[in-house]
Design a protein around this ligand. Sequence first.
Ligand SMILES: Cc1ncc(COP(=O)(O)O)c(C=O)c1O
Length: 386
Amino acid sequence: MDVKTADKKFIANTYARADVVFVDGNGSLLTDDCGKKYIDFGSGIAVNVLGHKYAPWVKAVTEQAGKIAHTSNLYYSEPCVRLAVKLNERTGMKKVFFSNSGAEANECAIKCARKYSFDKYGVGRGKIVSLKGSFHGRTMATLTATGQEVFHNYFFPFPTGFDYAEPNDIEDLKEKADKETCAVMIELVQGEGGVVALNRDFVKKTEEFCREKDILLIVDEVQTGNGRTGSLYAYMQYGIKPDIVTTAKGLAGGLPLGATMMWDKCENTLSSGTHGSTFGGNPVACAGACAVLDGLTDSLLESVKKKATLIRDALLKMKKVKSVSGAGLMIGIETEGITAADAVKELRDKGLIVLTAKNKIRLLPALNISDEEVEAGLKIMNEVLK
Ligand SMILES: Cc1ncc(COP(=O)(O)O)c(C=O)c1O
């Protein structure tokens, strides 16, 4: 049985897969099982941040796999600690909990915020306020935190203790984040919600309000994190100090790893036995993440901003491009005269891999994509969107 037939027969039907089987990747170039080459402007939905077969990552991961692949969290693990130290040096975070995905990182943040509040104020202060249009994951709690009605189906009953405020409306947020609220959870650029950046003033005011009310500010950087917007984490460009930052996707450059970083207020909230994960902080994934963080140098982050400007300027000259949104190399394209879904298919046929986010085309290229690959990708985009 060929791959596609066996997939359809034996794998749950949750994904509407494109008609392609990738078998090799190199930098920002993918090859399918027929030998056709594609430029990758999607990086596995923001995962392969330094491209495919990034040499220091391959070395770190294979060396660690050749030593010890898993020990469990019952024992100390050097790669896990090395990664925590690097994250502390780069962000100033006080404690980190490692898991395996973005949803898990957010679950941990929700648990941490609720326990922080319970420890200090007792029961009745467990509400999480997120924003309409947000996406926080597929587990029951993170699905509920996701502020899009379309996801609140089928799986009733959903957990209680969640509410949703309008993005960029501080008065609505203040009203929703009442005295029963322990945390506000935001994405600084809503990714799945259409690549929409929050405005700076709203974010600043949200931070001030949370401080004043002792409500924890959770910033979900699962998609915006790890260099995507031109700083290691997007909150750094907004000039705020969140209490919790979650990340995953690009962190381990292609291996499953989630991180929930906690600052002063809640650094000791999660105590022995209150949370855990069999695979979280896996040595191979952490070794890969160390190589990724080392690769996300200041000069690379600077080049992200330059490439982003170049891509945005080029896109805005294309006739079917109505507007361009997002931040850094997290780019949303509103089209006219062609739907995003049709454009994605046409672009793929011509050898360019891009994504969608709601009704937009979404670009999430590797951060170290070469100028030649950018140019070649834009040439294909121009053929379809001119
Ligand atoms: C902002 C954000 N949070 C959470 C998630 C969930 O991450 P995962 O699929 O790794 O569980 C995603 C995934 O797209 C995301 O974009």
